[in-house]
Design a protein around this ligand. Structure first.
Ligand SMILES: [Zn+2]
Length: 248
């Protein structure tokens, strides 16, 4: 499986970090996953999911390797949930769109849940506007993270995130546009930090899904199966479809 490589460099004179990558492997992985599971996602909704996945991968490239964040964007109009999550240890990002049973909010919001071994779970809720997932992620940084970040579309599948660090050059940071971010390797002194690989993946499989269903059913396991038909279960993280049999 091909990987989307995110390269991270310290932009020394500006006290910022630039993360950049080409995300075709993740986006093609998503397309293949949807095809494989027989899902047809409306074009506009798919566009939101694709770029929220890109932002989610960039966010994970910016965080400690064992930190995981899940973002649920609850949109008021159109009424829709877009979910993404990632895991640097396994080099995966995944997500899905929910169009059914979505609670209508008074305003659109991004709910973030961050977990890291040895740290309490962090939750934050940020009000968002518009239909640009990159702007939603920037808003999350502005409201929930200590330092701001900006995300840019550099090319067809190339994106970059510039994150401020203490003492950052705020004028330079505010003036950045896609062309200036693309020029950074030529115009600034860079200190290489890291390269991380990501692909579209969830980690769910038939055994895990069966265990989750079994645990949540408790003593009602037998009553879940009418006429001994297998249960159709959709993964809450990636919408992969599984058929769980009564007895195996
Ligand atoms: Zn899954």
């Amino acid at each position: 499986m091909s990987e989307a490589e995110i390269t991270s460099d310290y932009v020394r004179p500006r006290n910022c970090v630039r993360h950049v990558g080409r995300f075709k492997p993740i986006l093609e992985g998503l397309d293949y996953h949807l095809l494989q599971n027989g899902h047809k996602v409306e074009r506009d909704h798919l566009a939101l999911l694709r770029e929220l996945l890109v932002a989610c991968a960039l966010h994970h490239a910016n965080k400690p390797w064992n930190e995981m964040t899940g973002w649920t964007v609850n949109l008021a109009e159109p009424l829709l949930n877009v979910f993404t999550t990632g895991d640097t240890q396994n080099g995966i990002v995944c997500g899905r769109v929910f169009t059914e049973d979505v609670k209508k909010p008074d305003r659109s919001r991004l709910h973030a849940q961050t977990t890291r071994p040895g740290f309490p779970v962090r939750e934050s809720i940020v009000e968002i506007e518009g239909m640009d997932p990159l702007v939603w992620a920037e808003r999350f940084y502005e409201k929930s993270e200590q330092l701001p970040a900006r995300i840019f579309r550099l090319g067809e599948d190339e994106y970059a995130m510039v994150v401020a660090h203490p003492g950052w050059d705020s004028k330079w940071f505010a003036r950045l546009d896609a062309a200036a971010v693309a020029r950074i390797p030529a115009s600034e002194e860079l200190g290489p930090l890291e390269r991380r690989d990501y692909h579209f993946g969830c980690g769910c499989d038939a055994t895990i899904i069966r265990r989750i269903v079994r645990d949540s059913a408790g003593g009602d396991w037998d009553t879940l199966f009418q006429n001994d038909e297998p249960l159709r279960i959709v993964c809450p993280r990636c919408a992969a479809v599984f058929y769980v049999e009564h007895a195996e």
